[in-house]
Write a protein that binds this ligand. Sequence first.
Ligand code: GLA
Length: 743
Amino acid sequence: MIYINNNKEFHLTNGMISYICRVEEKTGVLEQLYFGSAIPHQPTFDYLIEREIRPSNNFKKEDHTSSLEHIKQEMPMYGTTDFRYPAVEVQYPDGDAISHFNYSNYRISNKKRKIPNLPTSFYDEAEAETLTIVLKDRYSSLTIEMDYTIFKDFPIISRQNHIVHHDDCRYQLMRFMSMSLDLPIDDCDWLHLDGAWARETQVKRDKLHSGLQQISSTRGASSHIHNPFFAICEKSATEFQGDVYAFSLIYSGNFVGQIEVDTYRISRVQMGINPYQFSWQLEKGDVFSSPEVIMNYAQNGFNEMSRNFHAFFKKHLIRQKWASKERPVLINNWEATYFNFDESKILALAQEAANLGIELFVLDDGWFGHRDNDASSLGNWQVDKRKLPHGIRSLSQKIHEKGLKFGLWFEPEMVSMDTPLYQAHPDWIVGHPQKNISHGRNQYVLDFSQNCVIDCIFEQMDAVLKACEIDYVKWDMNRYISEAYSVSLGKQRQGEFFHRYILGVYALYEKLLAKYPDLLIESCAGGGGRFDPALLYYAPQTWTSDDTDAIERLKIQYGASMVYPLSAIGSHVSEVPNHQVARMTSLKMRSDVALFGTFGYELDVTKLSQREKSQVKNQIILFKKHRTLLHTGTFFRLQSPFNGNVCAWMVVSENQTEALIGYYQILAEPNPPYQRLRLKGLNADFDYTIWEKEQVRTGKDLMAVGLIFGENYIDRASDFWQRQMAGDFSSKLIYLTRNKMQG
Ligand code: GLA
């Protein structure tokens, strides 16, 4: 998959994509030539070099084509003739930041480099190859190793950079991007996922403008505000057509994703650790590795982009034990009880849940210390005997006896003021001891850049996990870091805090999973405040949002599906009026939306009427029937809730013999226009039975013509026109199977 011409041109290709770069002779830098759909290998790619003599630039002596301002690069740096944002910036002992990283050598390997406590994609030797290009600094002994991994079955290249320190000087790394790609396009749009608490992953599409545009986080977590993902696409690109270049960073901390459109219509795309508030001291023997970024090229629009991400993450990122494993139907007591519960309430909920067919009971916040509200007890992971007099172990046993698995909520990174931990270790709290330290949700952040803090929390969690049978952990994180400072880091290293913090979070995940490899972990950060690929590496599902309203969830889940597979998208049926927006929706609508995710319930099932209970029972039977399809099939977004009144999506099994379609109408319309929904991903030659309509139609027909929804007004019944759609907030599920008669 990796071709090298004359030791100076590198072509990575797998029949789907090509990525080509070369060593530029005059400057020694690595020059970017092409990234896009596969092109045949050639003995030379010289013909892709673009050079113009341009006035008013800085050049090497007696040369008019060596201005790096006009050369597309792979590792731009400060102190050359390029004025755009660099990918690497080092502060040298003299205080300057002038670098010149020249090509030195390369190597190829089919083994993945493993970096302790930094999640990256993984692969078997036959599935991918990595080209490592080594650059050497002209002014120091620093080297940069640039890993380009090409995967056999995906139009994806992953990128990761490592800077290696070899001498006795002390350097300060100020900026070190995971990738930098100069694309010769600018007449494009870019798409990203923005939001806030309770309205995460909202799809935003903007026109690229000249200059800098970026998404980022400075909050210590990837954040609700921007997901660490963006895509550049042709202006005409849609869900099903057009070139899309998409980038997803395997990182949960402060990140930046940016596009700098220059005056020569080059778009410099960069992604990596946010250089704001970042620096890293390099000492002899140190290697600093950037997080990995996944570069995904899709020729046929955003659906193809998403399918690439979903399949890639399942095969090469999510723990294999869970990647394609169906997720249990869970019940979570949070919206049912909040902090106000006792053992008998929990057991009553669990009993009813078991009767309904639920498989996992999750005890959420409030089981430890004396946490009756959010101002107390984080960091004191001892059971609250007032609420659970027989302890967690006994509760877990009783719940298992009912035939349910048992899960428990933790917020490991946080501490409340009223705990022994907070009192004994003020030096374990993030913040400057002489300056203001803000609380968020009445809590403080533990300094996970210190190993002793991680060890203490691990011991507390371990004490609970080893004493009780616990199948699932919900790992929450409910505030951002606003006054970053660690007393343990000294004066020179405060710029390292944010990265060290998130490495500490990964270290605790590693420790827990090393001891409890079967644990299913769901990550959460006040909903989707840390929904990113790095956490998926450890926690195969994420609580997508604290907003459980079915209508809001259409947008949130539609947006999340841009990057993340359905098996990662935590989704629950909750009560009405909805606790976040007070909206009334039917139990059917709520379940039809939650079905396209991990699926669970978050309401007091003991309070349901008999009719509702039997409805819930049937919903669970339905989910279980389709669970394999939903969690292992191929997902297609058909109609966007961001564009109108209807949202639709579907899942098709890998062998195309069955499909499930979710169709959602937000508001009822009087005398509405005709509606057709063209399906995707079916086999054109198969006959499919549409169970809800008792119709048989070919795949070709269903994809070309579509399903026809003409049933709004079906008859004149008494004084009003009888409707089949249930009015506002209504939904339909449509199930297709390949007609067996066809053989
Ligand atoms: C966060 C989570 C919720 C719930 C509460 C508990 O907000 O997103 O699901 O666990 O914390 O305090």
